[in-house]
Design a binder for this molecule. Structure first.
Ligand code: ATP
Length: 417
């Protein structure tokens, strides 16, 4: 037995939870599927319903082996569900949490797969806008690739959008996950394909180092570092690979590689990386700002973060509020970016240097709390760079069924520059 979803699908078992709903292992007329079911209490939330429709719309125009395909959108009573390809495996965040750091060959092979997925999306005129390890699924039933990496697939196009039309020049709201946000988004420019490249290079850095280059501490500090700080080299990383990463983390979007080129260049590196162990990088020291932030959010200290909990959505149950996810913030003014939040790009500690007690656990906790913090800060109308959370403007909001940039079928979309 299972739960019926519309007339054609049955949901059997929970695979995971995201911010807006639950993903089920299900069965359809063509066999096993993954069914992403919007939470019932959110069915009246127009933005989230729009996000579901957006995901289906974006993916209708994409048919690529490295993109999780969408089969159907089911509307049945209170149920709104997205029926997707079933990926039997795990997400990249889970693997990273388990292994702490990946060997360069496996990390590069996974990221090259995602670059291929992005190349297809960009060619269809779609910017993903939320590239992060949570949105990369590893197909454990697929063939083993370089470094023992399983094929990686990009998913969660819920905030993806078609490239802005020319008349819409400046975004008023930031959509994304702070650690992976390209500087130009923070500066208010409309998201172009290069934002996905920046996010993907951040993911590669994270897979190799165990932490993101500009994350840590207050969310305002994270945003400011993206704009002002230079990425700190990882000890022991092959020079060519490092140069590739530096290019893709360039502040100027035009300096970054295109997705297709990034995929090809990464694959060229693979033979050189064969057999190389994970880099000997230790985590940066904990940010003092985090401690003071935690002081301001005692309720988040009481509950350890749970994977699968749900965050920044209106009406989310409090117990779900620890999940790291995309969020929306107001674009900060230039003077806000210039000062305020402290902190520098996180420099890896030298191997052998004193190691703070449970830094890894604290880093994972911090990553989640940063996002939660943005909401918390918004609610409290806190002062300074942390108060950027949006209460107005929706130029960059996910396009709902009637959103101005929602594609009808995506086929007419121009390639993304
Ligand atoms: N097509 C799929 N096949 C198998 N498992 C999936 C599939 N899609 C999602 N999952 C599982 O369900 C979990 C939740 O996915 P979902 O896309 O809803 O949320 P998320 O990306 O983790 O978070 P958010 O939506 O808040 O950004 C994933 O982490 C993954 O483990």
């Amino acid at each position: 037995m299972g739960r019926k979803i519309g007339s054609r699908y049955t949901a059997h078992q929970i695979l995971g939870r995201g911010s807006a709903g639950t993903v089920w292992l299900g069965e359809g007329p063509e066999g096993p599927v993954a069914i992403k079911l919007l939470r019932e209490d959110l069915a009246s939330d127009q933005e989230l319903v729009g996000r579901f429709v957006q995901e289906r719309t974006a993916l209708l125009s994409l048919d690529h082996p490295r993109v999780v395909g969408v089969h159907d959108l089911v509307v049945d009573g209170n149920d709104l569900a997205l029926v997707m390809d079933l990926v039997r495996g795990t997400d990249l965040r889970t693997r990273l949490e388990r292994e702490r750091r990946l060997a360069p060959e496996a990390a590069v092979a996974i990221v090259a797969d995602v670059a291929d997925a992005l190349a297809a999306a960009h060619a269809a005129g779609i910017v993903h806008r939320d590239v992060k390890p949570e949105n990369v699924l590893l197909d454990m039933q697929g063939p083993l690739g370089p470094g023992g990496a399983h094929p990686a697939l990009l998913t969660d196009f819920g905030v993806a959008k078609l490239i802005d039309s020319p008349r819409r020049t400046r975004a008023t709201k930031i959509i994304g996950t702070p650690d992976y946000l390209a500087p130009e988004i923070i500066e208010g420019l409309p998201p172009r394909a290069a934002v996905d490249i920046y996010a993907l290079a951040t993911v590669l850095y994270e897979l190799l180092a165990g932490f993101t280059p500009f994350g840590g501490g207050h969310p305002g500090a994270v945003l400011r570092r993206h704009v002002t700080e230079t990425v700190v080299p990882l000890p022991g990383i092959p020079e060519e690979l490092w140069q590739l990463m530096v290019q893709c983390l360039a502040k100027a979007p035009a300096s970054r590689l295109r997705a297709s080129e990034l995929g090809a260049r990464l694959r060229e590196q693979l033979p050189l990386l064969a057999g190389m162990p994970p880099l000997d990088v230790d985590e940066p020291e904990a940010e003092p700002a985090e401690e003071s932030y935690e002081e301001a959010a005692p309720e988040s200290r009481e509950k350890p973060p749970r994977r699968g909990a749900v965050p920044l959505v209106p009406g989310a149950a409090p117990a779900d509020a620890n999940r790291d996810t995309h969020t929306s913030m107001r674009v900060p003014a230039p003077d806000e970016l210039a000062g305020g939040a402290r902190g520098t790009a996180r420099a890896p500690r030298a191997p052998g240097a004193a190691r703070p007690g449970s830094a890894r656990h604290r880093a994972a906790t911090r990553r989640r709390r940063i996002t939660l913090g943005v909401a918390g800060v918004a609610l409290a109308a806190a002062v300074g760079v942390g108060a950027w959370y949006a209460t107005s403007g929706d130029e960059s909001s996910p396009s709902g069924p009637s959103g101005p940039s929602a594609p009808d079928n995506g086929n007419s979309a121009p390639p993304v520059p």
